[in-house]
Design a binder for this molecule. Structure first.
Ligand SMILES: *[C@@H]1O[C@H](CO)[C@@H](O)[C@H](O)[C@H]1NC(C)=O
Ligand SMILES: *[C@@H]1O[C@H](CO)[C@@H](O)[C@H](O)[C@H]1NC(C)=O
Ligand SMILES: *[C@@H]1O[C@H](CO)[C@@H](O)[C@H](O)[C@H]1NC(C)=O
Ligand SMILES: *[C@@H]1O[C@H](CO)[C@@H](O)[C@H](O)[C@H]1NC(C)=O
Ligand SMILES: *[C@@H]1O[C@H](CO)[C@@H](O)[C@H](O)[C@H]1NC(C)=O
Length: 418
């Protein structure tokens, strides 16, 4: 009692020491914390006139419908903020950003459909976050920045249909995660959640099962029960064949790269081209030639077919560079690259063709990619050796005319897979 009285005395002098709005009752706890208790008071907004020393603020079961940027400006020291069972539909960005001492934040049983996730960046001491029983339809991939102390996260009873892989990765202390009663679409986009729960101490089954609401065949099944064979990460294999042009003898070299992919659902194929000389970067996200399309009529330099083949007619020095095939499905992505270079040869007799009768039709090899992405993006090195008839050298200045005259002998694949 003494400190309270003492403080009341101070209030007269300092004005704001134990200031307490009429709707609330404020008390100093044994540990020196100041509690402002304003629950069950029919409040329509956060009351004004709170002491700046308030560390626990209880506003549960009122009729608050919005939280403004300055709603908690008076209580910068607050550590526990209880706002459950209100009618909060709007939370302005910045409403929580200045509450850097916050450890417990309860916003459960409200009507929140959009939450200012960026505010969490400032709440580095947050331990408990309850957002259950709201209307959240989705979470951004980086909703939870490195909240190193967050151990309890309640997101059950919302409208979440999916979650981006890695959503909880930056929460090293997480031990309780509630996700049940959300209408999850158990496409392979949430398959990671199954794998994640298999390999983490975090339990998502406490309090109820996290069930699939779609697709029909998985409805009612637990998210952690999606059959493994439904969702297989892509694998990709790149093979190349250089066509010496038997049909079109002097039309130069057509380089064909074929990307064969596997996975479930069937991966989409994208190509990335990074030419060395012109440093051009190009991304082709889908086929640009119809299945039976005739390359000759296409305006495209790089012909991408639906079957996973890319053809580059009249492949020249300028087209040298890194060719990457990217296979993407809901489970993940894989890329495999080949670094294509041209090299001239004046002496066909010394070439490798002799021992490899098939080499004039199909040279090279293939390279498949394991789990790791190749950080350099360089991939396998493919050197195309072509023959340039003697005498043409002095005349032909650049590589393009050389190619036109030359006969392709061999596409030599040097496997540098990693
Ligand atoms: C409130 O905070 C001020 C400044 O930190 C301090 O001087 C005062 O004693 C505190 N009052 C209580 C009741 O803790
Ligand atoms: C959030 O934290 C940053 C850095 O700690 C700070 O500069 C910024 O003012 C804080 N935001 C608010 C609204 O207090
Ligand atoms: C579920 O997700 C898949 C893949 O993203 C999508 O094609 C499908 O339309 C979604 N189904 C529902 C019911 O939202
Ligand atoms: C499980 O976690 C460990 C350590 O974090 C990791 O080495 C392992 O690859 C993970 N396994 C799977 C299947 O993700
Ligand atoms: C893919 O389709 C193109 C155009 O029809 C064809 O030229 C190419 O040989 C096909 N590739 C494979 C590996 O079947």
């Amino acid at each position: 009692m003494r400190p309270l009285l003492c403080c009341l005395g101070l209030t007269m002098l300092l004005g704001s020491c134990l200031a307490c709005p009429t709707a609330c009752s404020c008390s100093l706890k044994k540990n020196g914390r100041l509690l402002a208790e304003c629950a069950y008071k029919d409040l329509q907004e956060v009351p004004q006139g709170l002491s700046s020393n308030v560390t626990i603020l209880t506003l549960s079961a009122n009729r608050i419908s919005r939280l403004g940027q300055g709603s908690f400006a008076e209580v910068p020291e607050v550590q526990s903020l209880w706002l459950g069972y209100n009618q909060i539909g709007l939370v302005e960005p910045g409403a929580f950003a200045s509450l850097v001492h916050l450890k417990n934040l309860d916003l459960s049983h409200n009507k929140i459909s959009a939450f200012p996730w960026q505010d969490l960046r400032n709440l580095s001491g947050l331990q408990i976050l309850k957002l259950n029983n709201n209307r959240l339809g989705g979470l951004p991939r980086d909703a939870f920045p490195s909240l190193k102390d967050l151990r309890s996260l309640w997101l059950n009873d919302n409208e979440l249909t999916t979650l981006a892989e890695g959503t909880f990765d930056s929460l090293p202390s997480l031990s309780q995660l509630q996700l049940f009663n959300n209408p999850f679409n158990c496409s392979c986009k949430v398959f990671w959640l199954k794998k994640w729960t298999e390999n983490t101490s975090v339990s998502i089954t406490k309090g109820g099962s996290t069930l699939c609401a779609a697709p029909g065949r998985l409805k009612g099944r637990a998210v952690t029960d999606i059959p493994d064979h439904h969702c297989v990460a892509p694998s990709a294999q790149l093979t190349y064949l250089s066509n010496p042009g038997n049909a079109v003898p002097y039309d130069g070299l057509t380089l064909s790269l074929h990307c064969s992919v596997a996975g479930s659902p069937p991966p989409e194929i994208r190509w990335k081209i990074h030419t060395s000389a012109s440093r051009r970067r190009l991304e082709i996200s889908g086929p640009n030639v119809a299945r039976d399309g005739n390359g000759k009529q296409s305006p495209e330099r790089f012909l991408v077919f639906k079957n996973g083949t890319m053809a580059i007619p009249k492949f020249s020095k300028e087209d040298e560079g890194i060719y990457t095939c990217l296979a993407v499905n809901d489970v993940g992505s894989r890329e495999v690259s080949v670094n294509v270079a041209l090299a001239g040869s004046e002496n066909p007799a010394e070439d490798w063709l002799r021992d490899e009768p098939q080499a004039s039709h199909l040279g090279g090899g293939s390279c498949s990619k394991g789990d790791e992405m190749d950080p350099s993006g360089a991939g396998e090195k493919l050197v195309i050796v072509y023959h340039m008839p003697k005498g043409s050298k002095s005349r032909a200045g650049g590589a393009v005319p050389q190619l036109r005259l030359g006969t392709l002998l061999l596409a030599l694949g040097v496997a540098v897979c990693w």
